[in-house]
Design a protein around this ligand. Structure first.
Ligand code: CTP
Ligand code: MG
Length: 216
C-alpha cells in the first residue's frame, strides 16, 4: 500500500451485541485484539483513525489516532471523516480481521481510478423470501452480491455523501450506499471470503482457526 495519500478510517465503536462478548475492538482472536489485526493490515498507511465506544480507554502503544464513536456506524464514520486529512479514505470494519494486502490494493486501485470502490462476493447459497413461516419465492442469487470492507472513496465525495444523508435523514449500514444515494457510481472489485465479518458466536470459531493459518 503506497499509502501517502490514504487515511484509513476504522469504525470500532460498536458494542458487538449479536456476539455478546463486549465491543469487538477488544475481542481477542489468535492472541491479538481485532483492533490490532486491523492496524496490522494497514500498517503502511500514512494516517489511521479509529472510532472507539464512548468511555473506552484508547489502547497504548498502538499507532493510530483514537476518537469517540457515535450511536451508529454511520455516525462513527462521519466523525472519522471529519478528522481525515488525506485525499482518499479507506473505511474498514474492525469486525473483519482478515484483510489481505491484495484486497486492499484492488480497492485502492479502483478508488484512485473512479472515486468510489467496494469489494463484493457472489452469494453461494440459495436465497428465498419466506412466506410467513414457509418457503416462499426464490430470489435469483446471480443478480446479488455480498458487500464487504475496506471501501474506498475520494474523501471529499464521502464527506458530501454523509452530509447529504444527514440532511435527508438517510440511515445506511455501509458507506457505498450513501455515495449511491448521492447519485454517484460505485465500482465493484472482487472481495475475499476470508474477509468475513465476525458477527455471531460461530464466526469466532472460524476466526480462531483462520488466525492460525494467517501469516502476518
Ligand atoms: N460500529 C461503530 N459505531 C457504532 C456501531 C458500529 O463504529 N455505533 C462499527 C463496529 O465496531 C464494526 C462495524 O461498525 O466494526 C460493523 O458493525 P457490526 O458488525 O454490526 O458490529 P457491532 O455494531 O459492534 O455489532 P452488533 O450490531 O451485533 O452490536
Ligand atoms: Mg452493529
Amino acid at each position: 500500500m503506497r499509502g501517502v495519500e490514504v487515511s484509513v478510517l476504522i469504525p470500532a465503536a460498536g458494542n458487538g451485541e449479536r456476539l455478546g462478548l463486549g465491543p469487538k475492538a477488544f475481542l481477542r482472536v489468535g492472541g491479538r485484539t481485532l483492533l490490532e489485526w486491523a492496524l496490522e493490515a494497514f500498517r503502511e498507511a500514512a494516517e489511521v483513525l479509529v472510532a472507539l465506544p464512548p468511555g473506552a480507554e484508547p489502547p497504548e502503544a498502538l499507532r493510530a489516532t483514537f476518537l469517540e464513536g457515535g450511536r451508529t456506524r454511520q455516525e462513527s464514520v462521519a466523525r472519522l471523516l471529519e478528522a481525515a486529512s488525506l485525499p482518499l479514505v479507506l473505511v474498514h470494519d474492525v469486525a473483519r480481521p482478515f484483510v489481505s494486502r491484495a484486497l486492499v490494493e484492488r480497492v485502492l486501485e479502483a478508488t484512485r481510478a473512479t472515486g468510489a470502490a467496494v469489494p463484493v462476493l457472489p452469494v453461494p447459497d440459495t436465497l428465498v423470501r419466506p412466506e410467513g413461516e414457509g418457503y416462499g419465492e426464490v430470489v435469483p442469487r446471480e443478480a446479488l452480491r455480498l458487500v464487504q470492507t475496506p471501501q474506498g472513496f475520494f474523501t471529499a465525495l464521502l464527506r458530501e455523501a454523509h452530509a447529504y444523508a444527514r440532511r435527508r435523514g438517510l440511515a445506511a449500514t455501509d458507506d457505498a450506499q450513501l455515495v449511491r444515494a448521492l447519485g454517484y457510481p460505485v465500482a465493484l472489485v472482487a472481495g475475499e471470503r476470508t474477509a468475513f465479518k465476525i458477527t455471531y458466536p460461530e464466526d469466532l470459531t472460524l476466526a480462531e482457526a483462520l488466525a492460525r493459518a494467517w501469516n502476518v
